[in-house]
Design a protein around this ligand. Structure first.
Ligand SMILES: O=P(O)(O)O[C@@H]1C[C@H](O)[C@@H](CO)O1
Length: 160
């Protein structure tokens, strides 16, 4: 998934990587986040995915950061789904906030490794083994995607 936007759940509870003493040289105290994920880089990632024949596998979506380390309850998944969340993770967002704060253009991509359990009749559970296996299974695909993307970013580097 190419990250279109995020929801920083720990941020709602006051956990933010920008909390603490203000270091003016890194960026403003109250940085905007409405442009956290660079539009041109997102477009490029989707175009490169298409060029490689992966259009079916790659979509844009909203990533929600949770504190973890436990996986979500069914009620939590249902709530997040109703809020417009497409994928859930436990990292990525603090890095993106810090990068955006200091003026870096950000492209975020997240490998969706398992389906959220949304049904009380389901026998499925999230498992770290499944997550790791999905990562291994997609390694070659990700390698191809990122290798071409990095080549293509260079000539576009000054596009704002
Ligand atoms: O990078 P994220 O946070 O999306 O990756 C997930 C969440 C945990 O860090 C870990 C659990 O499998 O992978």
């Amino acid at each position: 998934m190419v990250i279109l936007d995020h929801i920083n759940m720990p941020g709602f509870a006051g956990h933010n990587p920008l909390s603490g003493p203000k270091e003016e040289q890194f960026g403003p105290r109250f940085p905007p986040m409405s442009d956290a994920y660079d539009k041109d880089l997102r477009k490029l990632a989707l175009a490169v995915g298409q060029e490689l024949g992966f259009a079916e596998k790659i979509r844009e979506g909203v990533y929600c950061c949770l504190g973890g380390p436990n996986f979500e309850t069914i009620a939590e998944c249902r709530m997040l789904n109703s809020l417009g969340v497409d994928a859930v993770g436990m990292s990525t967002v603090p890095e993106v906030i810090v990068a955006g704060h200091c003026g870096l253009r950000v492209l975020g991509m997240s490998l969706v490794t398992n389906k959220a359990v949304m049904d009380y009749n389901s026998e499925a559970t999230a498992s770290q083994d499944e997550v790791l296996q999905a990562g291994k299974d997609s390694a070659r695909f990700l390698e191809k995607l990122i290798a071409l993307l990095v080549q293509r970013i260079e000539p576009n580097n000054n596009v704002s």
